[in-house]
Design a binder for this molecule. Structure first.
Ligand SMILES: O=C(O)CCC(=O)C(=O)O
Ligand SMILES: [Fe+2]
Length: 338
């Protein structure tokens, strides 16, 4: 389906085009996903799209290192909140029953790079990334600004700060830039892709090099592929924005699986995970109030759980007993939601 999801122009949003703003709001109520056309969007640091392309090259250089080298910055060993560092392939549960995930990732936190961290610590990156620290920090800032613009457009009562006000530039948050690599995404392999999940934060601004991303339709019956689109990011709503908007905006399940008939090698993605300030209050579906930081920790413990544990836990998916398992014989037009 070529026009799925809808495409929103950042340029028009910046001009406060009322039609574009209402199309964005409707799309986030219905599906929680849009393409965001960033072509020509430039801030004081330059155009966004070429800078993202540079990040993907930096990511390729970094991921080509030996795994032992990369594990010197193991995300599970740096701090308590899995906000900074390297995640090897296979640490999370996978897309199929009893399988493991098929992607490696490096997460660069915003705190310590763009804003003083809660513990006042500076961030030390692996040498391959450290030489690009200022460049990465500036991209984090630019994408945060894009996110703030989107949030202000989502405030229904005319940009009253109700959403953007929980994501102030100068405040610590769990926001981070993720670089991801899927070494092999093929129906014939077992430990592949990324299992069905909703994002923990407010907005994810995602750049993809290849096919494989799927979103579950609002009826919960069918998976749709989201194809890469030139000059566009894929932007989706996460749990925190769903909670902050009193459940008005949808945080949809999505996953990364093989594309029928394709063996994809080295699929890269780059994501800005925009998340609320650490002490923002979030009220979950059971009426429990969480500090944003604690919601983050809770959710990450579920990503590491087995598929069986996930099935009995509604926190990951918002839907008890459903994790959207993929089967190796899922083919074209057969992407059922199990
Ligand atoms: O790599 C992708 O296309 C999706 C990544 C994603 O959903 C995530 O990291 O939360
Ligand atoms: Fe995601």
């Amino acid at each position: 389906m070529q026009n799925y999801p809808v495409t929103i122009s950042l340029h028009k949003l910046l001009e406060k085009d009322a039609n574009e703003v209402s199309t964005l709001q409707q799309a986030f109520r219905d599906l929680g996903f849009v393409y965001l056309d960033l072509r020509g969007h430039e801030d004081h640091e330059g155009l966004i799209i070429p800078r993202v392309e540079t990040v993907l090259k930096i990511a390729a250089e970094y991921f080509s290192l030996d795994v032992e080298e990369k594990l010197k910055f193991d995300i599970d060993q740096i701090g308590d909140f899995k906000l900074h560092g390297y995640k090897p392939v296979g640490r999370n549960s996978g897309v199929a029953q009893a399988s493991k995930d098929g992607f490696e990732a490096y997460l660069v936190p915003r705190d310590g790079l763009c804003v003083e961290a809660r513990d006042h610590q500076e961030i030390h990156l692996p040498p391959t990334l450290d030489q690009h620290k200022a460049f990465l920090a500036s991209l984090l800032e630019s994408l945060h600004d894009v996110g703030l613009e989107l949030l202000s457009c989502l405030e229904e009562n005319g940009s009253d700060g109700r959403l953007a006000g929980h994501h102030r530039r100068s405040k610590p948050s769990t926001s981070a830039l993720g670089m991801l690599r899927y070494p092999s995404l093929s129906a014939s392999s077992r430990d592949i892709g990324q299992s069905a999940h909703t994002d923990v934060g407010s907005l994810t601004i995602l750049f993809i090099s290849d096919r494989g991303l799927q979103v579950l339709n609002p009826a919960g019956t069918e998976w749709h592929y989201i194809e890469p689109k030139d000059g566009c990011a894929v932007v989706n709503v996460g749990d925190s924005l769903r909670f902050l908007s009193d459940r008005m905006y949808r945080s949809s399940l999505h996953r990364v699986v093989p594309y029928p008939g394709l063996d994809i090698q080295d699929r890269y993605s780059c994501a800005y995970f925009m998340r609320p300030e650490c002490d923002a209050d979030l009220v979950d579906d059971e009426g429990k109030t969480w500090k944003s930081l604690d919601w983050h920790a809770k959710k990450y413990s579920i990503f590491r759980a087995t598929v069986e544990e996930q099935m009995s836990n509604p926190v990951l998916t918002g839907k008890r007993g459903f994790v959207g398992l993929w089967k190796a014989d899922d083919g074209e037009n057969k992407e059922s939601a199990n």
